[in-house]
Design a protein around this ligand. Structure first.
Ligand code: NAD
Ligand code: MG
Length: 402
């Protein structure tokens, strides 16, 4: 029996993971499930899957969690420390599917067990990629990518030498606003940006898809995870979301990974790796599909892509700053304090303001990453206030690392 822990069980990736596990319950023992404010769902999942422990990130929600779990054998816990403690409970396979930089600390703690971390939380690679990869090496743990593009690249690389890779192309649907005239984008609402044409995902990543901040994070994720040079990584707009990535080799061959837009493929691949097992995803009918289309990404329309290149060139703490500023800008957009195109402006300004910060130089360590994350949220708050003409809100809102 494979012992399973799922961080972010109540979210889109978490639910898809439980969907797969629930199909062959005898093969798994669910040790840990964690969630945020949706206590009803967390408790229902924990009871249904017979979890040993359920943890909510919010301490004030503990009484409700206890009440909903009353009479079951599920242990209840809450808060940041409880999340870390849960990541230290023995598990063979841990899914990291918390959204945002908040996923970093539990992921790092889980790696210390030396087992498998299925990584959906791309923000932890963007924020602290070298730390995460080093932690895995130190403890002999394995990280398996659970982003559709990175799972695709990983699969295309099976049996290949990384030196033979000439380029990696990660595709982007272009998100909900792909076909809007550019001048309308400034006025897009969270509802409009949050309606994805192809993928059914959490609200934050769906809006990040429309702004291409998601693809920007994924460019950095590709660089950090596979160690591929930034100039070898390309983005291609592919509105049908059927080809998830292509890997080009020195002999001119391209291996493309094609499949339906269903995260259960990437999750299932990581769950069963190194084997392939049957998965309940749609089988594609190419004759019915007719064709695929592609276009070059427009960096005026999606400035996040240009910013990702700057972050990869700068390295160090710029990924942590980039991600934290992006999370703060997204919060402000969701709160209707800034416009859709202002998210990239905020991130660009925060990166520029913090680029010369001497207190953040030197070797990368967790303290510095947390400090950079914290400061970037404060700077972003100031920039947001300047743009929206209001006072800065308390720094480090929901998703802060510190
Ligand atoms: P979601 O918003 O649907 O779920 C997020 C989960 O994290 C929930 O369980 C929530 O309760 C929990 N959470 C939120 N804030 C938290 C905090 N501060 N502390 C602890 N827990 C917290 O998100 P999602 O779409 O499932 O995405 C999860 C991760 O997977 C993200 O990093 C996302 O980029 C990545 N990802 C998602 C998809 C997708 O299809 N949804 C695809 C690729 C990668
Ligand atoms: Mg992706």
């Amino acid at each position: 029996m494979k012992r399973i822990a799922i961080f972010g069980a109540t979210g889109s990736i978490g639910c898809s993971t439980l969907d797969l596990i629930g199909r062959t319950p005898d093969a798994y023992s669910v040790e840990v499930l964690t969630g945020g404010r949706n206590i009803e769902r967390l408790a229902a999942q924990a009871k249904h899957h017979g979890a040993a422990l359920a943890v909510t990130a919010h301490e004030e929600a503990l009484p409700e969690l206890r009440e909903r779990l009353a009479g079951s054998r599920v242990e209840a816990a809450a808060g940041r420390a409880a999340l870390i403690e849960a990541a230290q409970r023995p598990a063979d396979w841990t899914m990291s599917a918390i959204v945002g930089a908040a996923g970093l600390a539990p992921g790092l703690a889980a790696l210390a067990q030396g087992n498998t971390l299925a990584l959906a939380n791309k923000e932890s690679l963007v924020t602290a990629g070298p730390l995460l990869m080093e932690r895995a090496r130190q403890h002999g743990a394995r990280i398996l990518p659970v982003d559709s593009e990175h799972s695709a690249v990983f699969q295309a690389l099976a049996g290949e030498r990384i030196e033979a890779v000439e380029r990696v192309i990660i595709t982007a649907s272009g998100g909900a606003l792909r076909d809007w005239p550019q001048e309308r984008l400034a006025h897009a609402t969270p509802e409009e940006a949050g309606a994805h044409p192809n993928w059914d995902m959490g609200q934050r990543i769906t809006i990040d898809s429309a702004s291409m901040f998601n693809k920007a994070l994924e460019l950095i994720e590709t660089h950090e995870f596979f160690g591929i040079a930034p100039e070898k990584i390309e983005t291609l707009v592919h509105p049908e979301s059927m080809i998830h990535a292509m890997v080009g080799f020195v002999d001119g061959a391209l291996m493309a990974h094609v499949g339906p837009a269903d995260m259960r493929h990437a999750i299932g691949y990581a769950l069963h790796w190194p084997e392939r097992r049957a998965l309940p995803v749609e089988r594609l009918d190419f004759a019915a599909l007719g064709g695929f289309t592609f276009r070059a990404p427009d960096e005026d329309r999606w400035p996040a892509l240009r910013l990702a290149r700057e972050v990869m060139a700068a390295g160090g703490l710029s990924g942590a700053i980039f991600n934290a500023a992006k999370e703060a800008a997204l919060d402000a957009f969701l709160a209707r304090r800034i416009g859709f195109m202002q998210m990239a402006q905020i991130v660009e300004r925060v990166l520029a303001r913090m680029s010369g910060d001497v207190s953040l130089s030197g070797d990368l360590d967790l303290d510095k990453v947390e400090q950079a994350d914290h400061l970037a949220r404060i700077r972003a708050g100031e920039e947001i206030a300047a743009l929206s003409g209001r006072m800065p809100e308390r720094a480090g809102a929901t998703y802060s690392l510190t």
